[in-house]
Design a protein around this ligand. Structure first.
Ligand code: NAD
Length: 483
């Protein structure tokens, strides 16, 4: 692990567990299996750094450190991408793109570190000066999933450090490697000992110890909605601040006036990239009835042509599923969709050309809104297609979900694009594009897709408390009991 500036073993148990390469199903790394006592040590180090060296830095100094982190991550790009690809099964070239994005995140929040200010507030009190200060929320527990380990960590780490917080990170037990590798990189960039800590282990032991820890001031969590609900409840027992980035069942609405070629590209990108293992996957496709059959036929052709293979092979277009549990869960959801009467028009099985946890790109048509495949997140390369005849029906179908992370609208009518976007209950709406994101643009979900927003100024606010200061300027504080 990485605690108080050093790589360490567990303090008590001495246990370890293996990280498995999903493309070979072989263990390739061994990391400590921590418990609550390790979390205590990491939190103590982070609390100490908060009142010590990191807490004493100015925004200007933190900006410098964050820029240096960005430079050092760039210098280590190939190394970090390789660790990420082996741990998660992500394609090596995608992993490189993601590490490049991580660099952007640190540069962006370096830019905000010395510009994030309070306000002076005019009030009805003539003798009072009132101003606010943005104060670091304190020590932050960061809990991340396996599907984009380093990027989702950066979404939290960069703004937390920019505001002046210290952190204890729990990476997913499936993908611990890159968080551990960041330790020395951050140290070299000038992050003092104790400000960045990584504790490896499992949800019930390490995750729960972090979420219920009385000396952690905020939890920044990305993961499934089921775990997010547990995290939220545990955090509330200490009034710990919490942001939750959770699951999704995002809809792509393709109208009859869409640029069909762009829509096909966007729909393919939305569901099959990273084998569908993305929170923002466009897993429900809503097609106008007049274009339905031709659009589906073209999608099937393209999906069947996708090259499935090991992440390190440059010709591979989609790689494996991260682990056996997830692989089984996807196949079960495919079987349920068939049992409930959806029509399988493409894929649905395990490819015979490769060994490992792979699933073929899969498309279902004749999906009814109340089927499991239309309501539950699959987190795999599986798309549910539904038909609509009017704009109102499309909007109703899109909003018929407990989730609300993202949506795609495909239409060449500027009127329709605006009209439909403003009626969608989703944290991000993409029009004639999909999966675009930036450190500057807030990201998060409505409903069961989460709580709060990451990125942009909203992220800086979510890692700070507001202190309001009132100053009496005339020396005339009255005796409250005089008549
Ligand atoms: P998960 O909820 O199983 O695990 C997420 C993290 O929480 C892991 O580090 C895990 O060890 C930890 N954890 C497990 N139990 C815990 C507990 N009781 N207390 C505290 N921590 C605990 O999710 P996953 O399977 O790793 O990731 C996939 C999920 O993440 C999908 O649902 C996906 O939609 C979601 N996700 C959301 C976003 C977003 O930005 N909204 C981004 C990526 C992934």
């Amino acid at each position: 692990m990485f605690v108080d500036g050093k790589h360490v073993e567990t303090s008590r148990s001495g246990r370890t567990f293996d990280s498995v390469d999903p493309s070979t199903q072989q263990a390739w790394a061994r990391v400590p299996d921590a418990d609550a006592s390790d979390v205590d040590l990491a939190v103590a180090a982070a609390n100490q750094a908060l009142v010590g060296p990191w807490g004493e830095t100015t925004g200007v100094e933190r900006a410098r450190v964050l820029r240096s982190i960005a430079e050092k991550i760039l210098q280590n790009l190939d190394y970090l991408a390789e660790l990420e690809a082996r741990d998660s099964g992500r394609l090596l070239r995608d992993a490189k793109t993601q590490v490049r994005l991580v660099v952007d995140w640190f540069y962006y929040f370096a830019g905000l570190a010395d510009k994030f200010t309070g306000q002076t507030i005019p009030t009805g009190h003539k003798n009072m000066m009132v101003y606010t200060e943005a104060v670091p929320v304190g020590t932050v527990g960061i809990i991340v999933p396996w599907n984009a380990p380093l990027l989702l960590l950066a979404w939290k780490l960069a703004p937390a450090l920019a505001v002046g917080c210290t952190v204890v990170v729990k990476p997913s037990d499936y993908t611990p490697a890159t968080a551990l590798a960041l330790g020395p990189i951050l140290q070299e960039a000038g992050v003092p000992d104790g400000a960045f800590n990584v504790v490896t282990g499992f949800g019930p032991a390490v995750g729960e110890a972090i979420t219920a820890h009385p000396r952690i001031n905020k939890i920044a969590f990305t993961g499934s909605t089921a775990t997010g609900m547990l995290v939220g409840k545990a955090a509330m027992s200490n009034m710990t601040r919490v942001t939750l980035e959770l699951g999704g069942k995002s809809a792509q609405l393709v109208f009859e006036d869409a640029d069909i070629e762009s829509a096909l590209n966007g729909v393919m990108n939305g569901i099959f990239v990273a084998s569908g293992q993305t929170c923002m996957a466009g897993s429900r496709l809503l097609l106008h009835e007049s274009i339905h059959d031709k659009f589906v036929a073209e999608l099937v052709k393209r999906a069947e042509a996708i090259r499935i293979g090991p992440p390190t092979d440059p010709s591979t277009q989609i790689g494996p599923i991260v682990n056996a549990k997830q692989h089984t869960s996807i196949l079960e959801k495919i079987a349920t969709a068939q049992r409930q009467g959806a029509t399988l028009v493409c894929g649905g099985g395990v490819p015979s050309s490769v060994t490992g946890w792979y699933v073929e790109p899969t498309i279902f048509t004749d999906v009814e809104p109340d089927m499991e495949i239309a309501q539950e997140e699959v987190f795999g390369p599986v798309m549910a297609v539904m038909k609509f005849s009017t704009e109102a029906e499309a909007i109703e179908l899109a909003n018929n979900t407990r989730f609300g992370l993202a949506a795609g609208v495909w239409s060449q009518s500027v009127h329709r694009a605006h009209r439909v976007s403003r009626q969608l209950r989703a944290g991000t709406v993409w029009v004639n594009t999909y999966r675009a994101f930036s450190p500057a643009a807030p990201f998060g979900g409505f409903g069961h897709s989460g709580l709060g927003r990451e990125n942009g100024l909203e992220a800086m606010r979510s890692f700070s408390e507001t202190r309001t200061v009132w100053i009496e300027m005339e020396g005339e504080t009255r005796d409250p009991f005089s008549v």
